[in-house]
Design a protein around this ligand. Structure first.
Ligand code: G3P
Ligand code: CA
Length: 264
């Protein structure tokens, strides 16, 4: 079974909803997570950042302008980084209207809220934010502590193959791995990893998660030979989904999980 979800078997790759079902609802918000659960995605992928006062929230961009009304609500602020706002401030923002007016008022949600929405059945693939200002601030360790602090969560999720963590940053992935070694850890890569990189990764990582466009049979086979799994992103076209499935990837990260599950 693939990490955080389930497969690489006759069932086909794990279906991993990118920022929730972000093709049909505002990314990383409650409706996107709920849609992924309803559509029977195996796993929901989220983006972990930290507020000014230390809360872990689910938000992709380093700054708030693209997907919230922050400039209207807090005009003239010197910075619109997520990390420069308190949780109380962030919670007042509308993270839904940019996508469609029918989602007006949808708030930013915390990592804990995501886990509650997953309801113990749908898996979690949590990405540690690559935004540079978090480097060296203990974000991986805090995520590990947060997961551990939810009674029974890590053990139950691992038993079901429903938990993984990933990062574009080797240092962050390794820091998380050190803090919580039992949780599968993956390295995201926009480029095709070299043989030397794969060999090094195989000494500590469980997953190699490249962009689907750089992924071919040779890469998939090599990752598997080295005892790791491979989850590709972000695969939204049906033809590309079929191709990745037929090549034998372990997970497909997509904005449209329904295209793979045909449910909900
Ligand atoms: O999970 C893969 C994907 O999320 C990586 O890119 O920018 O969407 O976080 P990004
Ligand atoms: Ca991500």
């Amino acid at each position: 079974a693939a990490v955080a979800g389930g497969s690489g078997t006759a069932d086909g790759p794990a279906v991993i909803a990118h920022r929730g079902s972000s093709g049909i609802a505002p990314e990383n918000t409650t409706p996107a997570i709920r849609a992924a659960v309803r559509q029977r995605a195996d796993v929901v992928e989220i983006d972990v950042q930290r507020t000014k006062d230390g809360r872990l929230v689910n938000f992709h961009d380093c700054t708030l302008e693209r997907t919230t009304d922050v400039e209207e609500r807090f005009p003239g602020r010197a910075s619109y980084r997520v990390s420069d706002f308190t949780w109380a401030e962030l919670r007042t923002l509308d993270a839904g209207s940019w996508f469609d007016e029918s989602f007006a008022g949808e708030p930013i949600i915390t990592v804990r809220e995501v886990i509650r929405l997953l309801g113990g059945r749908t898996g979690l693939l949590a990405e540690i934010s690559p935004c540079g200002h978090y480097a060296g601030t203990g974000l991986p360790e805090q995520l590990a502590a947060e997961l551990r602090s939810i009674p029974g969560y890590v053990d139950a999720a691992l038993a079901g193959g429903r938990l993984g963590v990933q990062s574009f940053e080797v240092a962050d992935a390794q820091a998380f791995h050190t803090a919580l070694p039992e949780v599968p850890i993956g390295l995201l890569d926009a480029d095709r990893p070299t043989e030397a990189e794969l060999l090094e990764l195989s000494t500590w990582a469980d997953q190699v998660n490249p962009q689907w466009t750089v992924t071919d049979q040779a890469l998939i086979d090599r990752v598997h030979e080295l005892g790791m799994e491979i989850n590709v992103w972000t695969v939204n076209e049906p033809g590309a989904m079929r191709r990745m499935r037929d090549l034998g990837v372990d997970g497909i990260i997509t904005d449209f999980p329904q295209s793979l599950t045909q449910r909900g």
